[in-house]
Design a protein around this ligand. Structure first.
Ligand SMILES: *Cc1c(COP(=O)(O)O)cnc(C)c1O
Length: 347
């Protein structure tokens, strides 16, 4: 198998990093306060194994019960737990590509089957998707929404219909859902209330500016959360510092919402400015945009030229994405520098 290749993480603070979808703003000041309050001595003991205080806060935030919440070491740990808990070696995981490339790596690492469907050109589901999934025998569908790497949002009603018709389990990877325009009133939490076959993935990495902390969580019916919580996860899968800081972050919704709004404004501005330069930018409800090249411009060359200007974006050397760059939404001045550099390069 080939391992997952993460985006570059350079050491230099001078690099403008628009390649791994981190939040351009710092975390809530409440996170710094919580960090300052942690004593080295408190690390002598093991952390609360079920992270109950944090689970309660997350449950309250979503108007769910603690038993509907599992806290994990990044959203990526939840993906591993779901595979390890619900998919046997003679069963398969399905995806609709292009998608988050980690899914395939995990399926291979866990030794289960991997079934790939193709999204349509407009990023919508393949025809008769539920029937196709059922006849493939897939046990688990991994579905990012907003989608990665397009940022396209699948309406909750479509996922709801799919969940009703699909005989397996759906994990909706909502790593970027915080950046969805509130006017769309998008809400998949409703889907888990009366269903036993839908799990949601959330993370503190993007929306709460805490990618370095490694905190994520899963939401679902207690029949799905329970086995992971009490059987398959490590006893101490999240550490004390991460539990405390994530608690501070989720309690400061006012700060988080402001950062999401800024990202949305910058996203629309960047889309417009890149569109004016001849790039194709399909609508995104995420904190990145997937950009197609104007005629005569090669995506890989532009990626390399931007790198020389100290700006990192993501180039995927994969089928269907070779003419694209994925650009994370930066702070306003970073987006300005990106545009200036692109103008210089394409001239
Ligand atoms: C970032 C991301 C995750 C989770 O990342 P963590 O940092 O492990 O929480 C999951 N899915 C997708 C598509 C992502 O982009």
């Amino acid at each position: 198998m080939t391992g997952y290749i993460p985006g570059e993480q350079p050491d230099s603070p001078d690099i403008i990093k628009l390649n791994t979808n981190e939040n351009p703003l710092p975390p809530s000041p409440a996170v710094q306060t919580a960090l300052d309050d942690i004593s080295a001595d408190s690390l002598r003991r093991y952390p609360p194994p079920t992270a109950m205080e944090l689970r309660k806060a997350i449950a309250d935030h979503h108007r769910l019960d603690e038993e509907n919440v599992i806290v994990t070491n990044g959203g990526d740990e939840l993906l591993r737990l779901v595979l390890g808990t619900f998919v046997e070696h003679d069963e398969s995981v399905a995806v609709a590509e292009p998608t988050y490339t980690l899914y395939k790596v995990l399926a291979q690492a866990y030794g289960c089957g991997f079934i790939s469907f193709k999204l349509k050109n407009d990023w919508s589901f393949p025809d008769n998707f539920a029937d196709e999934l059922n006849s493939s025998g897939a046990k688990l569908l991994l579905l990012p929404n907003p989608q990665a790497p397009s940022g396209h949002l699948i309406p909750a009603a479509e996922i709801s219909a799919l969940a009703d018709a699909f005989e397996g389990l759906i994990l909706i990877d909502e790593a970027y859902v915080d950046f969805v325009d509130p006017a769309l009133q998008h809400d998949c939490v409703e889907l888990i209330r009366n269903r036993q076959n839908v799990l949601l993935l959330r993370t503190f990495s993007k929306g709460y500016s805490l990618a370095g902390l490694r905190m994520g969580y899963g939401l679902g019916a207690s029949s799905l959360i329970g086995p992971m919580q009490s059987k398959t996860k490590d006893s101490y899968n999240t550490d004390l510092i991460a539990q405390k800081l994530a608690l501070a972050a989720i309690r400061d919704q006012q700060y988080a919402s402001k950062s999401w709004e800024l990202v949305r404004q910058e996203r629309e501005q960047l889309r417009k400015n890149l569109g004016d330069l001849g790039f194709g930018c399909s609508p995104s409800q995420s904190n990145f945009i997937l950009v197609t090249m104007p005629p005569g411009i090669d995506a890989e060359s532009l990626y390399l030229a931007l790198k020389k200007h100290g700006i990192l974006v993501r180039f995927f050397n994969e089928d269907g994405l070779q003419n694209c760059l994925r650009i994370s939404i930066g702070a306003p001045e970073e987006n300005q520098k990106l545009l200036a550099a692109i103008k210089r390069i394409i001239q």
